[in-house]
Design a binder for this molecule. Structure first.
Ligand SMILES: C[S@@+](CC[C@H](N)C(=O)[O-])C[C@H]1O[C@@H](n2cnc3c(N)ncnc32)[C@H](O)[C@@H]1O
Length: 215
């Protein structure tokens, strides 16, 4: 295991509007929306450092087709879309089964504020290269892959149960081109990413809880 893989990517900072400012603005918009509904609920978005690294990775790799699971408020989707826009190529296909705060008893994290919809952080200027599919990845992912065929990058951040992760990695791997990237957040929750990498004889590179292996 090594963090050096991630260190190889420069933070594609832009002079006129640095990407870290873009990410912090997303975080601020999220925090103020959650401020309105009290301390009980939290958004569970990709951390600021991870978001900046994810942006840099996409700028560097220039993927054409990216599939992600787990949108929630839309921090990761907005960052991926911004990177694809700045690359002037690529489309994002997302799958999410959002939960509105207060609608499921005891569910406090990874929720959207009442009245908001999945991916509400994503601004209009980024939406023309985005397809958002609402539903359980168990049903929706196969439809997405049927539509797009081969993909360049897959990012898991939906439910972090071992079975869900293994299911998503399996179907994504089948559609991932050779040299493509498989990523997952919250890989500390269980051994799914490690087990999958071992089965495929791939090296895992971690940065905090975000991990990547290459096909
Ligand atoms: C951790 S949040 C995603 C955070 C997002 N990637 C970000 O950076 O802001 C997880 C999201 O996945 C959704 N989810 C959980 N299990 C799912 C499943 N089996 N299928 C689709 N979405 C799921 C949750 O309801 C939530 O909207």
């Amino acid at each position: 295991m090594s963090g050096s893989y991630w260190d190889d990517f420069e933070e594609y900072q832009q002079e006129e509007y640095p990407i870290s400012d873009f990410v912090e603005e997303l975080a601020d918009r999220t925090e103020s929306a959650f401020g309105d509904i009290g301390d009980d609920y939290f958004p569970a978005y990709l951390g600021i450092d991870n978001a900046v690294k994810l942006y840099s990775l996409i700028r560097h790799k220039k993927p054409e087709i990216v599939v992600e699971t787990g949108v929630c408020n839309g921090m990761s989707s907005a960052v991926i879309l911004k990177a694809l826009k700045d690359n002037e190529r690529g489309r994002l296909y997302s799958v999410d089964l959002p939960v509105e705060a207060g609608t499921i008893e005891d569910r406090k994290g990874a929720v959207i504020p009442p009245g908001k919809s999945s991916g509400w952080l994503v601004t209009e200027d980024l939406k023309d290269i985005w397809e958002l599919n609402l539903g359980n990845t168990f049903y929706e992912l196969s439809k997405v892959f049927e539509e797009v065929g081969e993909i360049d990058m897959f990012i898991h951040d939906s439910g972090h149960a071992y079975e869900i992760m293994m299911f998503e990695f399996g179907i994504a791997w089948y559609h991932l081109r050779e040299g493509g990237s498989l990523l997952a957040d919250n890989t500390d929750k269980n051994l799914a990413f490690k087990d999958f990498a071992r089965a495929k004889e791939r090296q895992v590179y971690r940065m905090n809880k975000l991990a990547i292996m290459e096909r």
